[in-house]
Design a protein around this ligand. Structure first.
Ligand SMILES: Nc1nc2c(ncn2[C@@H]2O[C@H](COP(=O)(O)OP(=O)(O)OP(=O)(O)O)[C@@H](O)[C@H]2O)c(=O)[nH]1
Ligand SMILES: [Mg+2]
Length: 382
């Protein structure tokens, strides 16, 4: 063998050995890669969602809020007294049709008639006429200045008595927690007692007072149910008894319940009665006195409800109720349905009892504190 042959053989064997080694390495890598894939598990599936075209977002539509019409009590009063104003006081304009007017005898006579028609009361009208004669001597008078003169006169008649009203009746004072204020409500049939108690309980509850109402009108189940509706709405506790029960007993139980629950007010509804029925008036006196067993100072208020339509007859009613019970205040109701709202002036003046509340409709908002200025302005149309 020559040297060339040996050299070629060595190169060939070297190349073969290199190729074999390279192949073995490649196989080893492949095997390891397979193992790793197996270990990692299946590849996660990535879903690509197609793009959904979005609706353009419109700005939120404001909710339609129905307009809330809040009618002030002054406006309710003006509306309520419109009948009195139109049918009676509005006639003043005819005396001043030319703007300015001299009050001659004919006009003074017409004025006197108008005042009687307004149910001002005989004594008050007589006194007023003396002033009118003095006023007439001033010469030319405008309607406005004459109305202001009437306003001042009537206000002066009522003011000293109205100033006696207990303000605890209108406005609950949370710091005055010591006493349960007992209010007894009386009056002739259908004057508006139950409705007024419902309105009053609603007002006091809205001010945060704890109110107990005693349904002492045990003659009619319907009267108790009517009161229950108001009390449920107002959130007041109502104490009731079986039909025909003793009314004094219901009043007593109501006050006991009010004292037990530390109530701020205990309002007692009573059955309507004619002031001429002595036995029924005696029963009221008994109902009043029985309360004193629980609280010698009770009742703190005895309010007579007067229907404005009663006019001057209201004076007789008030006198009899006052004689029996010693009234502390009046509530003048239904001024919206009558042209006789003017009778308030003479009732207050002659009885020397103030008007606490005035009612000009059937809803809770139709009852408010009696304010002389507002009442007279609404009446005279100032
Ligand atoms: N228009 C008007 N109606 C009123 C007013 N107050 C009460 N009423 C109505 O008068 C009617 C009689 O009212 P009530 O509260 O039942 O009278 P009451 O004095 O309790 O009657 P009795 O218990 O039967 O004696 C009801 O229809 C009331 O809605 C008011 O201020 N204006
Ligand atoms: Mg009633």
């Amino acid at each position: 063998m020559n040297i060339e042959f040996i050299f070629i053989a060595i190169v060939v064997i070297g190349i073969a050995l290199f190729l074999l080694r390279h192949k073995a390495k490649a196989l080893k890598f492949k095997k390891r890669a397979k193992l790793e894939v197996k270990k990692a598990g299946p590849a996660p599936i990535i879903q690509i969602r197609p793009e959904i075209p979005q609706e353009p977002v419109s700005p939120p539509i404001p909710l339609a809020v129905p307009p809330v019409t809040v009618i002030s009590f002054t406006d309710r009063l003006k509306k309520g007294l419109s009948r009195s104003r139109q049918e009676v006081w509005g006639k003043l304009s005819t005396l001043f049709s030319g703007g300015l007017s001299i009050l001659d005898e004919d006009k003074i006579e017409s004025l006197e008639e108008l005042l009687y028609g307004a149910d001002i009361g005989t004594a008050t009208v007589a006194e007023l006429m003396v002033e009118v004669h003095k006023k007439a001597k001033e010469g030319n008078l405008s309607e406005e200045s004459f109305k202001n003169f009437l306003f001042d006169f009537l206000k002066a008649k009522m003011e000293p008595i109205q100033s006696k009203v207990d303000h605890g009746l209108y406005q609950f004072n949370p710091s005055d927690k010591k006493l349960t204020k007992v209010i007894m409500v009386v009056g002739v049939n259908g004057a508006g007692k139950t409705t007024t108690i419902g309105k009053l309980a609603t007002k006091l509850r809205a001010q945060g007072a704890n109110v107990v109402v005693g349904a002492c009108d045990t003659f009619r189940a319907a009267a108790v149910d009517q009161l229950q509706v108001w009390c449920d709405r107002a959130g007041a506790t109502m104490i009731r008894a079986k039909e025909g029960s003793n009314p004094s007993g219901v009043g007593y139980d109501a006050l006991q319940a009010a004292i037990n629950q530390n109530a701020d007010y205990c309002i007692l509804d009573t059955a309507g009665r004619l002031h001429t029925k002595e036995n029924l008036m005696d029963e009221l006196v008994k109902s009043k006195n029985v309360l004193k067993k629980l609280d010698p100072s009770a009742p703190h208020q005895i309010l007579l409800v007067i229907d404005a339509i009663t006019g001057q007859n209201a004076l007789r009613q008030a006198e009899e109720f006052h004689k029996a019970l010693d009234l502390t205040g009046l509530i003048f109701t239904k001024c919206d349905g009558s042209s006789k709202a003017g009778s308030a002036v003479s009732i207050v003046e002659q009885l020397k009892i103030p008007i606490a509340y005035i009612g000009v409709g059937e809803t809770a908002e139709d009852l408010d504190v009696f304010r002389i200025d507002d009442y007279l302005k609404a009446l005279l149309g100032i």
